[in-house]
Design a protein around this ligand. Structure first.
Ligand code: PHE
Length: 467
């Protein structure tokens, strides 16, 4: 290889970058609503069990694969399997998935930029009107904002692993945490906030069903950025001096902690707005909730803090979501970039430019999917619903494929690399792993129950969405 491979400067650098990837729209919005709809603390317990027993092991396996191979996902499947064409092809799934997720994630992040600009120019009342979201997503001016965002994102990526990705996370992650705490403290002072907390935290086991369990696992998986090739790639930048089990645990705790905290912000805010809110009526779609519903809630705060005060609260919230989305977006675009660098011997500069061109190419139809072009808006239909180009990308790559990629990671690790191979990587930088309970659990579960559970989630999602 022509150039030195990028590396995080320290364990903290890795943890912040991985947490930056993991903390996203899923934590801030989808998780709180899902939890309150599905039995509150009862859902939390199931979610935590999944994080600990299913996701955490997959997380370690992904990071270990990356660190062992020092390559992108395709390269990792290829190298560790000793050049098997079949496994290399499987690895392609872990490149195409992040590639396509980046497409629709870009579109959503552009909307956030538009909202911030609108708020900064005093337009909170406009954003809280029913028709505004539809107008914004269909406005050709989106392309101007998209160029602005993408230039920024690719400049960060040009800065490399340490100077770009890690530096961004070092600044944004602590800022995000402070803003989240400050905003939560403010919201908790509002009248009616306590009803939201009760809704969020009082366990109601009668609301649990098979689809809740399914939903909890998908949510945990995607929230931790699993099945997207991200942790394989970040693992390849992770030092051999540091512990994978320890770092993965910190990332999982941070991600879950922020999701939990976001619930203490979102639900009290919703209940302060309308004490009779029935959370069954709330959409779990982060998109609808953030862009259509929350602006109304912020506007309603003007009774307590005035229009300017309400605008400031809204700006802090949307900045928070924007920072979370930006660090996730950067992480996901890095995966195809690492692929171009490793497998095609490109310089980082050339890889970044290649990826910028490809992403733009796909982001255009995704942006046109909300009314600007009839062709892309009514692109196809399945499961009895009309679907836009954006919807197809979202359904296939976000909703469906992640557990399948996770499934292949488990099978690969357990049956090709073998548990002894995984263990030999996990003990590097971690003296306590060998012989631990954790090791015994992984040895047993990574080739059995974990892939089984992931595969069932995949099948039930397919049935739910496409049939
Ligand atoms: N983990 C992110 C979340 O919770 C999901 C994500 C990561 C999406 C990276 C895209 C890119 O929202």
């Amino acid at each position: 290889m022509a150039q030195a491979r990028g590396q995080f400067s320290s364990k903290l650098g890795f943890i912040l970058a991985a947490a930056g990837s993991a903390v996203g729209l899923g934590n801030l919005v989808a998780f709180p609503v899902m939890a309150s709809k599905n039995g509150g603390a009862a859902f939390l317990i199931i979610y935590l069990l999944f994080v600990a027993f299913i996701c955490y092991p997959v997380m370690m396996a992904e990071i270990a694969m990356g660190r062992r191979a020092k390559r992108n996902p395709v390269g990792a499947f290829d190298t560790i399997s000793g050049g098997s064409a079949k496994w290399r092809l499987t690895g392609m799934l872990a490149i195409i998935t992040p590639f396509m997720i980046a497409v629709f994630y870009t579109v959503i992040t552009v909307w956030l930029v538009v909202y911030l600009k609108e708020l900064a120019s005093g337009g909170l009342d406009r954003l809280s009107q029913e028709q505004t979201f539809g107008e914004i997503v269909a406005a050709p001016s989106l392309f101007g904002y998209a160029i602005f965002l993408l230039v920024g994102v690719f400049l960060i990526l040009l800065g490399g692993v340490k100077g770009g990705i890690e530096r961004l996370a070092r600044v944004l992650m602590p800022t995000l945490a402070i803003m989240l705490v400050a905003l939560t403290m403010f919201v908790l002072t509002l009248d009616g906030a306590s009803a939201g907390i009760a809704y969020y935290l009082v366990p109601d086991f009668t609301k649990m069903s098979l689809s809740t369990v399914n939903g909890a696992l998908s949510q945990a998986f995607f929230s931790l950025s699993l099945g997207m090739g991200i942790l394989i790639t970040y693992g390849s930048y992770f030092s051999r001096e540091d512990s994978i089990p320890g770092s993965a645990r910190t990332v999982a705790v941070m991600d879950t902690g922020i999701a939990f905290f976001a619930g203490l912000l979102i639900l009290p805010a919703i209940f302060a707005f309308d004490p009779n809110t029935n959370t069954d009526d709330l959409s779990t779609s982060s998109v609808g909730l953030i862009f259509s519903f929350l602006p109304k809630i912020f506007l309603s705060m003007q009774a307590a803090v005035g229009y300017l005060g309400a605008t400031i609260v809204a700006i802090v919230f949307f900045l928070l979501v924007f920072f979370a989305a930006l660090t996730s977006l950067v992480s996901i675009i890095e995966i195809p970039i690492s692929y171009w660098i490793d497998e095609f011997n490109m310089s980082r500069r050339k890889a970044v430019l290649t990826q910028a061109a490809l992403l733009t190419l796909f982001a255009i139809p995704a942006t046109l999917s909300f009314g600007m072009s009839d062709f892309f808006t009514a692109f196809t239909s399945y499961g009895g619903l009309s679907k836009s180009f954006f919807d197809v990308v979202y359904d296939v790559f976000y909703e469906t494929i992640l557990p399948l990629v996770g499934f292949t990671v488990c099978l690969f690790t357990a049956y090709r690399w073998k548990m002894s191979g995984l263990t030999s990587e996990l003990i590097i930088g971690d003296d306590n792993y060998e012989g631990s309970l954790l090791q015994r659990y992984l040895n047993f579960a990574l080739g059995t129950i974990i892939p089984l559970v992931l595969f069932s989630v995949f099948v039930s999602t397919v049935i739910q969405i496409y049939l």
